[in-house]
Write a protein that binds this ligand. Structure first.
Ligand code: ADP
Length: 303
């Protein structure tokens, strides 16, 4: 991925001029955009569309220290796009300029309407892309939280330490309360719900809620803003159900393409606890109580 560091002799240019210069270099076509158009919408970053009337690019900005997050996003987008199963914006470059970090990627007009069934089918095709082990070649972020991805041959170990265990440590660092720790420690010892399950390491978007799926002008599904890794595809489907669901046609098409195992329903809450704990760590508030109730419910079910 094309990357530019601060202090590379462009200091006399303003933020947008530096980014435009970098985009021109990375794309091979000089780029002189008009004023950036705000895209709004993003949960974590400032998002804009840059256009010179011909080319247009989607650019996200954050503080300079978040360059690593954007580099991981760029690599994740590339991994997903290379699978050629579902449309994903092609990343172009990342860098730092004027005290900020940025990622530039293909701009896709997301106003279209499309079929949830096609999205379900294409997601199942994405999940057919597999690795030898669970994890990924680098860590990335989920929302704004670090997400460790060290390779593991054992899915249960991976989920225990890199997913649930890490969020519990994060909760302890943030002082989210002793109840979370007490329940979390009991859950870390109660992985029976996963034990009779033998998933393959599927390529996952990793943060697939409704806000990260759209449709292009031709009605093709597009997924973006990933937290890519190779894991149990049930964890991905569970997250699609967490904030409202993607509609019956999506799940029917997914299951027709590659049926989920019957035990999915029992593992779903367990997988979604990861995201609720992450929301508790990022936003606090009602998510802390929700995480606690989920853990109590799971411990009750697990006996
Ligand atoms: P954040 O990292 O802040 O959550 P997102 O990556 O989700 O930001 O992007 C914010 C919004 O911009 C999305 O909800 C989507 O509507 C739009 N968007 C995301 N990627 C693109 C893209 N490549 N081209 C055009 N619009 C995009």
């Amino acid at each position: 991925m094309h990357s530019a560091q601060a202090g590379s002799g462009r200091g006399h240019l303003n933020l947008w001029e530096q980014i435009a210069l970098h985009i021109g270099e990375a794309s091979g076509t000089p780029f002189q955009p008009k004023a950036p158009a705000s895209m709004g919408g993003g949960c974590i970053n400032t998002a804009v569309r840059l256009s010179d009337g011909g080319q247009q690019w989607f650019v996200k900005l954050n503080q300079a220290s978040r360059l690593d997050m954007f580099e991981a996003e760029a690599e994740g987008l590339k991994e997903l796009a290379d699978a050629q199963a579902i449309r994903v914006p092609r990343p172009l470059c990342t860098g730092q300029a004027d005290g900020q970090s940025y990622i530039a990627m293909e701009y896709i007009s997301l106003g279209g309407s499309g079929s949830n069934a096609v999205a379900g089918e294409q997601l199942a095709e994405l999940h057919r892309h597999q690795a030898e082990a669970f994890g990924w070649k680098r860590d990335n972020t989920i929302g704004s939280t670090h997400q460790p991805n060290g390779w593991s041959a054992d899915w249960v170990d991976f989920w225990r330490w890199h997913r649930l265990g890490f969020q519990l440590e994060e909760a302890a660092r943030k002082g989210l309360g002793s109840n979370i720790q007490r329940l979390g420690e009991r859950l870390l010892d109660s992985f029976s719900v996963l034990m009779d399950h033998d998933p393959v390491p599927s390529l996952l978007h990793g943060d697939l809620w409704g806000g990260n799926l759209g449709y292009d002008d031709q009605g093709n599904p597009v997924i973006y803003d990933p937290a890519t890794y190779y894991g149990d595809r049930e964890a991905e489907i569970a997250m699609t159900e967490l904030f409202g669901g993607f509609g019956g046609a999506f799940y029917d098409a997914y299951n027709s393409t590659w049926p989920l195992d019957p035990g999915y329903a029992t593992r779903k809450t367990f997988y979604n606890l990861y995201h609720i704990l992450n929301h508790a760590n990022m936003f606090g508030g009602g998510y802390v109580g929700q995480a606690q109730r989920m853990m109590e419910g799971l411990l009750g079910e697990l006996g």
